[in-house]
Design a protein around this ligand. Structure first.
Ligand SMILES: [Zn+2]
Length: 89
């Protein structure tokens, strides 16, 4: 299973402060949109805004079949990684 199929999930967000488009991407071994929608992204905008955004609030989310020399989806920035739940306050 050295060459597992991977997918790149690409998300387009809108900056909540200035409205610039912000792109984020992650790798996954699955093409499932819902799984990546649950992933938390931390985009940084040129205006200085930064914050956590769930994939499901993206303006656009698409998936591309992805090839890489290593299985990048196993790394920490992949959509397959566990989503850190915020502590209840
Ligand atoms: Zn901005």
């Amino acid at each position: 299973m050295a060459d597992a199929q991977e997918f790149a999930h690409v998300f387009l967000f809108r900056c909540q402060a200035c409205g610039r488009p912000l792109a984020s991407a992650c790798a996954s071994t699955q093409s499932n949109l819902e799984m990546a929608d649950a992933h938390l992204f931390n985009p940084h905008c040129f205006c200085g805004w930064t914050g956590d955004m769930l994939g499901m609030i993206s303006v656009k989310h698409w998936v591309e079949p992805w090839e890489s020399p290593t299985t990048v989806a196993k790394e920490s920035d992949s959509c397959d990684g566990k989503v850190e739940q915020p502590l209840p306050s």
